[in-house]
Design a protein. Structure first.
Length: 354
């Protein structure tokens, strides 16, 4: 049993905690919070042991009636691996503490790639050696890596060009709004997202440009890939349909944007309306010559969650990548498929090897 701690119980941390708790080969030892707010209460209501992220704030939790099991240092002494889900930039400050406790660590994509021994995506990363830390790449990089890896394997990628329309903030990030604008972010082209994809797929030539829009739901990617070999549109659709962490939205589903996608996720029983998969509009997949075009949405709060689970196994076990993917997918129910797909049946769930 892998003993796991989650440092930071916010947008990503609470989802990673739930995902870890769902794994039969993992034990969630506890989670941390910096203050006794509604998130701390939620952790306790979930039955998770709560730890104070900052030593001198432990008393504040007790004063608020939220008992803590200790501090971050105590949590580090009790786990095999820590998943850092602190806000961007804080992971760098936490690294020295993890290293002092000799605790393997997983960081999020908001940190610079240099923070960890390697960057990680479960579908697209190459072989990872004996390392002490990994960085799960950002939501956008995760989505692009999942898409570009099978395309490169099947047809070769000569050049990928992606325009990202990014959400302005998460639903709870009231400090980012109100917003009434669409702005280039960053204004420089290409944006930083392409180089981040190259931490996973170093040989793929990819340029990205990004804008920020006044929405909270998801990111939208407009993708154009020039392939080295010419497939048919039907072949690309079938290739992508076979990827368990890609969901091809059927034309007849009536799903026209992020709002409907989130509503669909809620209706099929997803916690917090989460979409762990890339959501690709099947009708948008079109091949003209060697140029492939499509639209996809990625749920910025959720798509990295199964990747964190796989990163845990990658870092502290000898479980194969394929086996880890299957275990994670099975435990969480990753592999969304619609009854309205062309063959009229939902995709079978991928089973783990016992």
């Amino acid at each position: 049993m892998i003993r796991v701690g989650v440092n930071g119980y916010g947008t990503i941390g609470k989802r990673v905690a739930d995902a870890v708790a769902a794994q039969p080969d993992m034990e969630l030892v506890g989670v941390t919070k910096t203050s006794p707010d509604y998130g701390a209460e939620a952790a306790l209501r979930h039955g998770y042991d709560l730890y104070a992220a900052i030593d001198d704030r432990a008393a504040a939790f007790e004063d608020a009636g939220l008992g803590v099991a200790g501090t971050l240092r105590d949590l580090l002494d009790a786990v095999d691996v820590i998943v850092d889900c602190a806000p961007a930039g804080i992971g760098e400050r936490n690294r020295a503490t993890y290293e002092a406790h000799d605790t393997p660590a997983i960081y999020q994509g908001g940190e610079d790639a240099a923070i960890a021994d390697d960057s990680f995506n479960a579908r697209a990363s190459g072989e990872i050696g004996d390392v002490d830390s990994l960085r799960v790449v950002s939501c956008n990089t995760t989505g692009l890596s999942r898409l570009l890896a099978p395309l490169d394997e099947a047809y070769g990628v000569e050049k990928a060009r992606v325009t990202l329309v990014r959400r302005g903030g998460d639903p709870s990030e009231t400090d980012r709004g109100p917003i009434n604008d669409v702005v280039p972010d960053p204004k420089t082209v290409p944006s930083h997202h392409g180089p981040d994809v190259n931490t996973i797929l170093p040989d793929v030539d990819v340029d990205t440009a990004a804008l920020k829009a006044p929405v909270t739901g998801m990111h939208t990617h407009s993708v154009n890939v020039t392939l080295e070999r010419k497939p048919t549109t039907a072949e690309v659709r079938e290739l992508l349909r076979a990827e368990t962490r890609l969901f091809l939205i059927p034309e007849g589903a009536g799903i026209d944007g992020a709002g409907a996608l989130k509503d669909y996720a809620a209706d099929v029983g997803r916690p917090r309306s989460d979409l762990w998969e890339n959501c690709v509009w099947e009708e948008s997949i079109s091949v003209e010559g060697r140029d492939l075009y499509l639209f996809q949405n990625v749920h910025q709060e959720a798509d990295v969650v199964p990747e964190n689970v796989d990163a845990i196994r990658e870092l502290v076990t000898d479980t194969s990548r394929a086996e880890s993917l299957a275990r994670t997918n099975e435990a969480l129910g990753v592999g969304l498929g619609s009854l309205l797909s062309d063959d009229g049946t939902a995709r079978d769930q991928v089973a783990a090897d016992d």
